[in-house]
Design a binder for this molecule. Structure first.
Ligand code: ZN
Ligand code: ZN
Ligand code: ZN
Ligand code: ZN
Length: 214
């Protein structure tokens, strides 16, 4: 599978950036636009950069309220990226294999510069890294505890068969041999059959277990 990444958008200012420039941009963008605009009840907000451990082209940049709990972050991640059939999940401290309780608050756990890991499903695990970049003072729009600042635009993956069209379907069986990402046309002639097919979705869990993104 060959993939290419488009630039992704910073939702605060609307500009687009490559993956490598995003963190630096958001730091300065938050400093410029965010603090200045928010008056009144300012809260401490943790800026987290979340990415797939094995493929950092899948990323999320979020602000999360200091009083949110790990279970809120867990729900958010399940919603946007990983939930397929209600598997177990857990957060772990850097370099440790001990679970951190879901009731812990963000401000009891995170510290700028530290990277935590998150595992979803202990069989076909999707592993994420979560780095706290900085802490800002401000308010999150509406009453939500989490505000999404940027998400990677869908990677462009060419069909393994024709190498011409974009892959839209993954054969769960053949993906490990490098022949499972298929365009619609090539999927029709693929011998494994429909029941092996999963949709290509913009998530590090695409093609895993029963993940369809719905
Ligand atoms: Zn921006
Ligand atoms: Zn599943
Ligand atoms: Zn094809
Ligand atoms: Zn197949």
């Amino acid at each position: 599978m060959k993939s290419k990444s488009n630039k992704s958008i910073c939702k605060i200012c609307g500009s687009d950036f490559a993956r490598s420039g995003m963190t630096r941009h958001i730091k300065s963008c938050l400093g410029k636009h965010f603090k200045a605009k928010t008056k009144g009840k300012a809260k401490r907000l943790y800026y987290l950069h979340i990415y797939a451990f094995y493929n950092p082209d899948y990323f999320l940049h979020i602000l999360i309220s200091e009083n949110a709990r790990l279970e809120d972050l867990d729900n958010f991640l399940r919603d946007i990226w990983v939930e397929c059939c209600g598997h177990m999940s857990s957060f772990m401290r850097p370099g440790q294999h001990q679970e951190i309780g879901m009731k812990n608050k963000i401000n009891e756990i995170f510290e700028p510069g530290l990277t935590f890991s998150y595992m979803y499903d202990f069989g076909d695990t999707t592993e994420l890294s979560i780095k706290n970049i900085e802490i800002f003072n401000g308010a999150i729009k509406s009453k939500k505890k989490i505000q999404l600042i940027s998400r990677n635009s869908p990677p462009l993956v060419a069909c393994d068969e024709c190498n011409k069209n974009m892959a839209e379907i993954i054969c769960a069986q053949c993906q490990w041999d490098g022949t499972g990402w298929l365009c619609k046309k090539c999927a029709k002639n693929h011998e494994c059959g429909d029941e092996m097919f999963l949709p290509v979705v913009n998530s590090p869990r695409t093609g895993v277990c029963g993940y369809t993104g719905d």
